[in-house]
Design a protein around this ligand. Structure first.
Ligand SMILES: NS(=O)(=O)c1cccc(NC(=O)NCCCCO)c1
Ligand SMILES: [Zn+2]
Length: 258
């Protein structure tokens, strides 16, 4: 099956998933000077209405760590038509701080990138129905950068990652958790473009919203992600689970700010 190694990594995915060679693939390199500032985005601000998740499920599907959301947490506005419901969030990270993010900023990689995955609940009845529709999904991309202070919102997760160290392990976070704590302070500054899932099946169904402001995490929190395993005890660590950027091609990258 697909992965991030030499024999099954991003360069091989096109064999089983021909859309990998498509015209709206993700991630991309974000070049702010090439983005078009679109006043329609500022006139119709992005609004986030997340709710606390009681007993949030955190799992290790083998190639990342993922939190599944049951509560009604929704977003709308900005580039979106209709209401999109939060389905899950997960991350991509590197084996070292110099790499790990999927989107890059003027060619620069961040140590990690957080994805909050929403589906178009106005038009579709489930994530599964929405996942392969051109207006099916909206994903928030949030860059992580290193600071000497841990990220308090992520701390509830990084403190228990050892309990989902191995593939197919899952736990429930006891304390109720509101994913709004993961967002940067300023969500009015973002870039948006039409793209895809960054992992197989690579469906071209994502309206990407990548925030300019990173969230700050500690080196210890990065080490906790890097201690997660791809399989059972003794298997390789989950690291470098990122797809490198694809060409923007004919797409317009829009900015919500000057
Ligand atoms: N990385 S991402 O583009 O945000 C994204 C969002 C939602 C789903 C996916 N990919 C998948 O669900 N792939 C199915 C198999 C995943 C195995 O862990 C990727
Ligand atoms: Zn992702």
């Amino acid at each position: 099956t697909w992965g991030y190694g030499n024999d099954n990594g991003p360069a091989t995915w096109v064999k089983s998933f021909p859309v990998a060679a498509g015209t709206r693939q993700s991630p991309i390199d974000i070049v702010p000077t090439a983005a078009k500032c679109d006043t329609k985005l500022t006139e119709n601000p992005l609004t986030v209405n997340y709710s606390p998740e009681p007993a949030m499920e955190l799992c290790n599907p083998g190639l990342s760590v993922k939190a599944n959301i049951k509560s009604k947490s929704v977003i709308k506005g900005g580039p979106l038509e209709g209401e999109y419901k939060l389905e899950q969030f997960h991350l991509h990270w590197g084996s070292a701080d110099k790499q790990g993010s999927e989107h890059t900023l003027n060619g620069k990689m961040f140590p990690a990138e957080l994805h909050l995955v929403h589906y178009n609940a106005t038009k579709y009845s489930s994530f599964g129905e929405a996942v392969d529709k051109p207006d099916g999904l909206a994903v928030f991309g949030i860059f992580l950068k290193i600071s000497d202070k841990p990220h308090q919102g992520l701390k509830s997760l990084t403190d228990v990652l050892s309990e989902v160290q191995y593939k197919d392990k899952s736990i429930n976070i006891k304390q109720e958790y509101n994913p709004v704590c993961l967002l940067p302070d300023n969500i009015n500054k973002y870039w948006t473009y039409l793209g895809s899932l960054t992992t197989p099946p690579l469906c071209e169904s994502v309206t990407w919203i990548v925030f300019e402001e990173p969230i700050e995490v500690s080196e210890d929190q990065m080490k906790a992600f890097r201690a997660l395993c791809c399989g059972e005890c003794g298997s390789a660590p989950i690291v470098d689970n990122y797809r490198p950027p694809l060409p923007l091609g004919n797409r317009q990258l829009r900015a919500s700010f000057q």
